[in-house]
Design a protein around this ligand. Structure first.
Ligand code: PMP
Length: 403
């Protein structure tokens, strides 16, 4: 499959804004969706729409088998040990909340929770709430001056025997990659529960949760060419089975009386209420899409484009890059001299360039960089060299205008 064919599978990309071809460099916020994902969801609504798990009729049986088939697909996709280890949520945020809330009874006053300093708010706030409920203590794992996780400081913090270690796999704000296999292995040695936020990794690399060795791995469908409103919580069976449910009600029970409720077994116990069925089916189509790609070729092409993007920005002068390394994935963070990131974003948008500006839901990281915010350009499988060249040309004109 050549790149132009691949790009043509994404209908949103074939548009112009104010005469400029759309140059979508905001994939880290949400990816565009290939036609087959849109078609799979439409097909469900046109032909198979019914609630899952409940009715005796054929429509429901078809909806249920498609829904459950995606669980099997995900199990293989991330190499989980068994299908019950895959829980459908509405996104990474809900997945982390499910874990942090579900651990409440297991966390004691004074227990230590270590958090990646570059974490997205979704991997900070639920832990803070857990600490508030339990009296646990939160400590951030510092970064080095070049914005990598400080592994020496991590080792020192591990000697304090943390109860939980919450890591990002790839930083959404910077694109830096954590060596999660090594970090998790060290955390496992001191008996910590480990969670890896894979929201920015899952679309850019193969993920093998057993090889990483983490207890929990979480991600969102919409960042991997699937729909919004669907997320995944992977948990190692025995520890997942010990989480108390965040949401209770229908579907997650075995029996209910006014006196007592017996919860269902996994995975249903953690999937209360009617799930996002069409979105699960859309996610299944996104996995099919990813699996049909020549992964090595795609990853190499993405890496080449990201490095080209970093180099072009560096060569422009007057652009400051944050945490830019050749092994980063998917995103580059920058500012144009002292100009406000929002001004730069708006001027780029006037030339059809979509980038993200702000704190990227990583305010503590921005504070440690001494910034209120920055711009972020991020790429996906459909990004090509023209996108980067158009972006750099637009940056040159913004620079001319502002500096
Ligand atoms: N973690 C990371 C690293 C992310 O990039 C995001 C999305 N920006 C989230 C968590 C939250 O994902 P969602 O909004 O899909 O729940």
């Amino acid at each position: 499959m050549d790149l132009s064919t691949l790009r043509s599978l994404f209908p949103t990309l074939a548009q112009s804004n104010d005469g400029y071809p759309l140059c979508y460099l905001d994939t880290a916020a949400t990816s565009q969706k290939p036609q087959q994902v849109i078609d799979a969801m439409n097909h469900y609504y046109h032909h198979d729409n019914a609630n899952v798990h409940r009715a005796a009729h054929q429509l429901s049986a078809r909806a249920t088998s498609q829904y459950e088939a995606v669980r099997d697909k995900l199990c293989k996709f991330i190499n989980a040990n068994r299908r019950e280890e895959i829980i459908f949520t509405h996104g990474t945020t809900e997945s982390i909340n499910t874990v942090a809330n579900g651990l409440t009874a297991q966390i004691k006053q004074g227990s230590l929770i270590l958090i990646d300093s570059a974490a997205h708010h979704a991997n900070i706030v639920p832990w803070q709430q857990l600490a508030k409920r339990t009296g646990a203590i939160i400590k951030p794992i510092p970064l080095t001056a070049d914005c990598r996780l400080d592994t020496a400081a991590f080792d020192v913090l591990l000697s304090e025997k943390p109860a939980v270690v919450a890591l990002s796999h790839v930083s959404n704000a910077l694109g830096t990659v954590n060596p999660v296999k090594d970090l998790v292995s060290k955390a496992n040695q001191v008996g910590a529960i480990t969670l890896v936020d894979g929201a920015q990794a899952i679309a850019h690399m193969g993920v093998d949760v057993q090889a990483i060795g983490c207890d929990f791995y979480v991600f969102s469908g919409h960042k991997m060419y699937g729909p919004t409103g669907i997320g995944v919580l992977y948990g190692r069976f025995d520890i997942l089975d010990r989480l108390s449910p965040l949401i209770t009600g229908g579907e997650m029970i075995k029996s209910v009386s006014f006196e007592v409720t017996e919860f269902n077994v996994l995975p249903n116990r953690l999937e209360a209420g009617t799930p996002p069925i069409a979105e699960v089916i859309g996610l299944g189509a996104a996995i099919d899409f990813i699996e049909a790609l020549p992964s090595e070729q795609i990853h190499a092409k993405e890496q080449e484009l990201l490095n080209y993007l970093q180099d072009e920005l560096k060569n422009m002068g007057d652009v400051v890059l944050y945490g830019a390394h050749t092994d980063n994935l998917g995103a580059v963070a920058f500012n144009l001299a002292d100009e406000h990131h929002q001004d730069v974003g708006i001027l780029l948008d006037q030339q059809g360039i979509a980038v993200r500006c702000g704190h990227h839901c990583a305010m503590p990281l921005m504070q440690s960089l001494g910034l209120k915010g920055c711009c972020r350009a991020s790429i996906g499988v459909y990004t090509n060299k023209d996108d980067i060249d158009n972006f750099i040309a637009a940056m040159e004109s913004v620079k001319e205008l502002l500096l």
